[in-house]
Design a protein around this ligand. Sequence first.
Ligand SMILES: Cc1cc2nc3c(=O)[nH]c(=O)nc-3n(C[C@H](O)[C@H](O)[C@H](O)COP(=O)(O)OP(=O)(O)OC[C@H]3O[C@@H](n4cnc5c(N)ncnc54)[C@H](O)[C@@H]3O)c2cc1C
Length: 518
Amino acid sequence: MPALTHDVLNQSVPLEDVNLLDADLALREGLEREGAGWAVDRARDTGAVAGSAEAQEHGRRAERNEPRLVTHDRFGHRVDRVDLDPSWHWLLRGAVEREIHALPWRDPRPGAHVARAALELLWTHADAGVMCPVSMTYSAVPALRRTPELAAEWEPRLTLPDYDRGALCGMAMTEKQGGSDVRANTTRADPAGDGWFELTGHKWFCSYPPCDVFLVLAQAPAGLSCFLLERGPGMEFQRLKDKLGTRSLPSAEVEFRGAAARLLGDEGRGVATIVEMVTHTRLDCVIGSAAGMRRGVAEAVHHARHRSAFGRRLAEQPAMVNVLADLAIESEAATASALRLARAYDENDAPLRRFATAVLKYWVCKRATPHAAEALECLGGNGYVEESPMPRLLRDAPLNGIWEGSGNVMSLDVLRALAREPDGLPAFLAECELARGGDARLDARLDALEPPTDEWSARRGVEDLALAFQASLLVRHAPPAVADAFCAGRLGEARGRAFGTLPASVDGDAIVERALAT
Ligand SMILES: Cc1cc2nc3c(=O)[nH]c(=O)nc-3n(C[C@H](O)[C@H](O)[C@H](O)COP(=O)(O)OP(=O)(O)OC[C@H]3O[C@@H](n4cnc5c(N)ncnc54)[C@H](O)[C@@H]3O)c2cc1C
């Protein structure tokens, strides 16, 4: 006999065994629009696997069974190993076999960066943690190409879609005394002859220390330089960070004790060399944040369609529709931005790529945390418990905002781009102007746009630029209900502060209907 008090009523069901591509109209349309229509089938395969109950369980397991550092064997020899749950390997293998770490380098046809972005947007639903080594490996290749001999040696392995025979690349820049200001690095690189150096020093954050190789910044005789270091003798894992989020991913403190490394790029030009990697990881921060927002919307809408309160489904109640619609337009703007930005990488559109990466890295990442918190709230108490995906989503959300340039650093980077690269802003504004005439509120915003001129106003100016870019994309490509709500909620007089403050004129039902096509 079931206990009389234990009828399970009015509960939702897990959002599982759903094809994440088919459910996401904004992504499907964007994939075609930005030049990667050829990748729809592989994206659909990835969407099916990432949305499966099996993948979701692997994600939960990898998060629960956290990585464990093993520094020594039982006889006292250093082993510097991280023990990882089999689910971690399942997830990372799945990403590598889908070429998310390498697609544009293996198959550089038009749309390859966009296709890869779509695969990343989908696989992140299974686990955001594995995307860190995937992203670093993808991003390392353009930096490696600065030294053709090293690229010839390592690129074939780093781009292999084979988890067992391929290799992964990490990065070690950040030190205790400063992460943003890498010029303050104190790790030393002493010449050892024949292009080799010995690295001595400590790195404060080094994610996925099991990587095969790392790009490391260190002070050589001619100044801060970039090195390629193979994991092995002289590189010791000190401890793993006990982190707020991405708990499935080991992030370590590492010590270099005369570790052998080779110079990458020119000596004394370390920042200029590693910036090739940093630029691509910044693109991935945008993609990763867009993926998190998409997950939040999907879970919130799904829950609201299954849960009733006061006699009606939550998804039918105006106050909830306003919240869901507001979350949905933010997510759609982020997805559209990520895919458009990826196309700038495909087209090697250097001015737009440079400028838009800085602006969007700032803004899309900044929106991820409040978005995750609001999406969580849509599930009420059910969103607050660890069996739900929402706590993980919220814990993971701030990372992309910190990594590879925190908010201030990114807004200052926009100032730097304005000062040093005169083609960037015109290319960015030309993209925004393509929507001119499509919405009066956007036209007014474009007329009034004032790029930031000083550090104090940097964030505000970058925010305005980002919103103009996103509105332009939605006005041109999204259904009228989405574009109208975005312009009303983000540009117009009626804009509110929290999510769920869209004006009454918007068509919330149409937006929510579109937000989860299941
Ligand atoms: C989970 C995780 C994984 C990571 N993995 C890696 C990794 O694999 N490899 C690696 O090298 N690093 C890694 N990092 C480090 C990360 O890149 C740094 O934390 C980041 O660059 C910021 O550096 P910091 O922590 O030293 O903060 P700081 O540089 O001290 O910055 C602190 C704050 O000051 C602000 N700030 C800095 N300069 C200015 C300025 N001029 N004006 C105004 N404000 C300013 C920043 O925006 C930030 O908000 C990781 C970090 C995390 C959280």
